[in-house]
Each structure stands twice: as C-alpha cells, then as structure tokens.
Design a protein around this ligand. Structure first.
Ligand code: GLU
Ligand code: ZN
Length: 467
C-alpha cells in the first residue's frame, strides 16, 4: 500500500531565509506537487531566545513570493496543527509522559559540569564521549534524593543497543549502532523541548512521508527514527542533500549578502530566476532551458538528486534572471519602468528594451537614452561622429524631418553613399550615445522625432577637426 505523500518545510525563524533553506523548501514542495501530495509549513520556534516573529513573517512572505504555497501551516490549520511549535507544548508533554510511562525515557539529574567532566574523562580514556548513563537506573529513592538537592532534571531517551538502518534517498543505505548513540536529552532542564525531539514528534504526528533536508541533519536521523517508533509512528523516508556552497567552496551562510533571498528580491531578481537556479542545485533536469514552475514540478525526480556539493554561482543566477526577464509578463517589467520613464511610456519602453534589462536598475541606465539628455560624447565617440562628415548628418536630418522610420533612414544614408560600419556605428553613436544596445529600429520606434532631430543636430555640430 502506498502512503500519501506529505512533505514539510520546517524552518527555525532565527534569521533571514538564505538560499540553502529556500532550496530545501523548494525540493519538498516540488516533491509534494509532483505526487499530488501535501506540503506543510511548520515553524520550529522552540528556541524562544533566538526565534523572532519578524523572521517568521519574512520567511512566510518569501515562500509566497516564490509561489511555494503550503496546504497546512500557521494560519492554515487542520487537525494535525497547530503548526507553530511554540503552540504545541501540550503535544510534547503528552509524548514525554508516554515515553516515561513506557520506561523509554528517564530523568537525568547530572549537572552540565558533571556531564562535561564525564565527557572529557571518556575522551581521555579513548572511549566515545556519549552519555555513560549514571541516571538510567535510578530508583524512586535515588530520584527523590537528587530532587532534594535542588537539581532540576532533563529527560533522556533510553536507546536500546542494536542496529538502526535506513536507505537515504540521496546517500543510499545507512547503518548506525544504537549503542554508539548514548541516551540523549529530549527535554532540557529548563523544560524546553530539544530540537531533535519536537522535530521528530511532529514528523510522526503530521504523518510526514518524505523529509528532504540538509546533510547537516544526518546524525539526527537515527535518534529521530527511534523516537518516532517509540511513539508508535512510522519514520518518514529521509533524503539528505549536500549543502549549498559558495564559489570558494565555503558553506553559504546567513551573513552572505547574495545568499539571502530578501536581498535578491530587493535587487529585483524574479522568483522564476531563483526557482530555476535552485531546482538545479543538487538536482538534474533533462532540460537545460527555462522551465516554468509546472515544468519544474513535472521534471522533479528523487533519482536525479546528486551527492556532489551544490555550488551557488552569481553568473548562473544572472543567466536565469535573463531568462526570467524574457519570460516575464510585460506588466512585471512595466512596474520596473514606472516612475523612471515618462508616464504612459512604460509599455513601449519595455517592448523596445526587454533584452537589455536584467534588473530594475537597468531601466535607469536606458531611460535617459530613450527620453532624456545624453552626456557630452567621450572623445572616441566624438571622433566617430565628426568623421562621418556633414553630408551624412544632413542626409539623416532630412530623412527624419520627412518622417522616415528606421528602414527609410538607413535607405537615405545608403543613397548618400554610406554602408556597413561607416553607416551604423555613427548612427547608433549619435542616437544613443553608445555603441552597444538594442536594435536601433526598436529604439527609434519609441524615441520622439524631436529627440532624434536634436541628437542628429548635435552630431552634425561637432567640428570635423575635433579628432
Ligand atoms: N528547524 C530545522 C532547521 O531549520 C529543521 C530541520 C529538518 O528539516 O528536519 O534546520
Ligand atoms: Zn544523568
């Protein structure tokens, strides 16, 4: 019998969402959508000191911006909710009680100093530094005595020796030895739930079927499987993705400017660019070209997940942004132009310049070319314009005055004896003040006759001897 696919994104709202987290969210979303399953958003805010509702709000906004809608989550509750761990205290209390009642968890009264001491002693003796279990066999009297000393206990999970095995969706067969793990803390002495515990309890109760997450969580997996089983649940299938690294090979961190999704969105990167980039970091698509979200979903395959470290590269991001701009609805790009070009000209501007726009900032570079004033030509340009000669500009001015469009202007200049670079270079230089850019025909179509005339006249005025 096949289990329904339920995946989740379980961020801790302790900082800005960086691209590594976003990729984790994306892969889980893609997998759920690919299999008609459910995608759950769970906020792991048990670390009260470091969690901040402002971070939760911004990560929710980021997921929406990317179009990664969730089927259940904060504000979209169902029976498995609430979806904020800070609101699930009663759920965890019940799980602790169940484990204690079954003898699968016991209070540990060791102080952090004692634990540290035992850890060092074990290391010095060449033994693994796991919990050696002084509290595992305490009876009622022993516990009472320690409580009387004013100690507040943590709660430990009792690990039975024996193999723990699973097949990782990315890394293949994995084997751990229970005896190596040691009994681990599931409730801290201050009463708060250990990350590992609340994460596993919720995966079990929310019937998560597949967990795709960073490989920094591999070591948690056997403990989490034991917990879920002890509570009567079935562990999900786990896949641990190689971490995203920067060009230099160092992990992308929250401090890495380009690595924060918010900074990319602010610079004007489009959601589709981020999706196309991230969906290919650690996952291979048959298609190298641009894919719309539905196609990203259709082509997502666990068998195409890779084990090599996934490199984030700015050049790749720009490549996908260029694609995203080419595929964007005009309205998106017109919004970039609003306020930066004369009112009412946004659509024309975008139609002419789409191929030259990568980010909103590029509008500011091209708007003066199409509507504004050009700076005095740099010496090379001035030389080029002067060398074209007065008859060239006279012919061009006459054609524009007669209402010529681009094709007729070129025809008039050819009739005046110019062709090739001797025609197109000075013409472009005069009309745009530069030697590169969109097709002149497109540009001319959106420039006013008076602006064209003024620029040709300025070129004509350059003294021939100004070389
Ligand atoms: N809150 C954990 C994190 O952000 C979740 C890890 C997991 O996906 O299991 O790292
Ligand atoms: Zn202890």
């Amino acid at each position: 019998m096949s289990v329904p696919v339920i995946t989740r994104f379980a961020p801790s709202p302790t900082g800005a969402l960086h691209l590594g987290n976003v990729r984790t969210a994306l892969f889980n979303w893609l997998y759920a959508r690919r299999h008609g399953g459910r995608f759950v958003l769970r906020i792991e805010d048990t670390d009260r000191a470091r969690s901040d509702p402002a971070h939760e709000q911004s990560l929710v906004a980021a997921l929406r911006w990317l179009g990664l809608e969730w089927d259940a989550g904060p504000g979209r509750d169902d029976l498995a909710g609430p979806y904020r761990q800070s609101e699930r205290g009663a759920v965890y209390a019940a799980a602790y009680a169940r484990l204690e009642a079954g003898g699968q968890a016991y209070p540990c009264y060791c102080s952090s100093l004692e634990l540290e001491f035992a850890r060092k002693a074990a290391l010095q003796a060449g033994r693994p530094p796991r919990y050696s279990g002084p509290c595992a066999a305490l009876d009622g009297a022993g516990r009472a005595a320690r409580l009387a000393e004013g100690r507040s206990p943590s709660l430990r999970f009792r690990v039975t020796p024996g193999p723990i095995e699973y097949t990782d969706l990315v890394r293949g067969p994995q084997r751990f030895e229970g005896g190596d793990l040691g009994d681990f803390v599931i409730r801290r002495a201050d009463g708060s739930a250990a990350f590992l515990f609340s994460n596993a309890v919720d995966d079990g109760l929310m019937q998560v079927s597949h967990v795709l997450r960073g490989e920094d969580h591999v070591a948690n997996t056997p403990r989490q499987m034991l917990l879920i089983q002890a509570l009567g649940g079935t562990p999900p299938a786990y896949g641990h993705l190689p971490l995203l690294v920067g060009a230099a090979g160092a992990p992308l961190s929250k401090r890495d400017g380009a690595a924060s999704l918010a900074s990319l969105a602010e610079a004007g990167y489009l959601p589709g660019a981020v999706l196309n980039l991230l969906a290919r970091l650690g996952h291979r698509y048959g298609e190298d070209g641009w894919l719309e979200p539905a196609a990203l979903v259709a082509g997502f395959d666990l068998g195409a997940l890779g084990r090599a470290p996934a490199h984030f590269d700015e050049a790749q991001l720009r490549h996908w942004q260029k694609e995203a701009v080419q595929h964007a609805p005009a309205s998106v790009l017109e919004a970039w132009a609003t306020g930066r070009v004369p009112p009412g000209r946004e659509a024309d501007f975008v139609a002419a310049l789409r191929a030259n726009l990568l980010l909103p900032a590029d509008v500011a570079e091209w708007a003066p070319v199409v509507y504004g004033e050009l700076p005095c030509p740099v010496p090379e340009l001035a030389a080029l314009l002067a060398a074209a000669g007065t008859p060239f500009w006279d012919a061009a001015l006459a054609a524009v005055a007669a209402g010529a469009d681009y094709a007729n202007l070129v025809a008039a200049l050819k009739a005046a004896g110019k062709s090739g670079a001797a025609l197109f270079k000075p013409l472009r230089a005069a009309l745009t003040g530069r030697l590169d850019g969109p097709e002149l025909a497109r540009l001319m179509a959106v420039m006013s006759r008076s602006l064209l005339t003024a620029r040709l006249e300025a070129a004509r005025r350059l003294p021939a001897g100004s070389l």
